[in-house]
Ligand binder design. Sequence first.
Ligand code: SAM
Ligand code: SF4
Length: 327
Amino acid sequence: MIAGNRTINYLRISVTDRCNFRCRYCVPASPFHVIEHERIARYEEILRITNLACELGITKVRITGGEPFVRKDIFLFLEKLCAIDSLKDISITTNGSLLTRKKIKNLISLGIKRLNISLDTLNPVKFAEITGRDRFDQVWESILAAHELGISPIKLNTVILRGINDDEIEKITALTLTYPFHIRFIEYMPMGNSAVEKQQQILTDEIKERIESKFGTLMPVERTINDGPAKKFHINGAKGIVGFITPISSHFCSTCNRLRLTSRGTLRPCLLNNYEKDIITPLRNGASDDELKDIILAALKKKPSFHGLTDQSVKDMPISHMTSIGG
Ligand code: SAM
Ligand code: SF4
């Protein structure tokens, strides 16, 4: 599928807006409603849309949320997803808190070997402050279990916020000296009305400078086929990789190959633009495969060339919060 001069081959599927965490940069600061059960796309609906998207050229899928592992019967869904022949790559983004060794083994036996796990701090007290849950130990154990069981790469997603966890930039980076993890520093994106203030946002240059003054010059790492938008580097002698995802300071819209399916069953061509195309209603009303494919293509026609989020005037627009869209 083509959008402008970009080839779209990557579908990110949010299987739920629900989450057992309340990360301060992700969920709205004010009370919010979860989506009613009947409005959430059912697994068979997601699978039908995914199959059609694959016929149109999708080869890569990432499962996200909310927290994907809070959704009931997620493994039954993953099993069917993994049976789609044309899907070459299936990965999951998770907060890691519900992963057990058994679940990790199940993932591996399904052929899912790539995991992104969110980890913003190595301090259990701060972990509870950031996520609203006292679950550092479980998450760290999951990360180590995934490593021991051979998940590779393990990408650790880290959002650094000034005055919250910026004192841990070096400590988190140092994990790459011991483990082959990919630490990915993601710039905070102002989505909806999270509790994070503009002045808490830290951009990549500052983080990179801090890392280089402690560990020396970061050496660029050659890109591979599965690389997303992260700019990758490594510290001399390190086992792992340090990546930077820079949606704010240096957007990567011109190479964006993604389409999103939200947990509400809408197609969202850009994370940071509120345009969404409803596909679940026509599907539930009996649309044919060809009609649904036309809806997918029509959604992609609306993929903006640039998200516009660095512009102060759009910064405060009421963007839906991340848990319902999938990060
Ligand atoms: N619950 C899972 C998790 O935390 O990994 C998957 C969903 S979460 C929305 C996906 C990713 O989005 C996480 O790595 C999280 O750190 C990131 N994220 C959430 N809100 C963000 C924001 N406002 N700015 C930047 N990244 C954000
Ligand atoms: Fe939940 Fe992930 Fe958002 Fe944290 S970042 S609240 S774990 S969806």
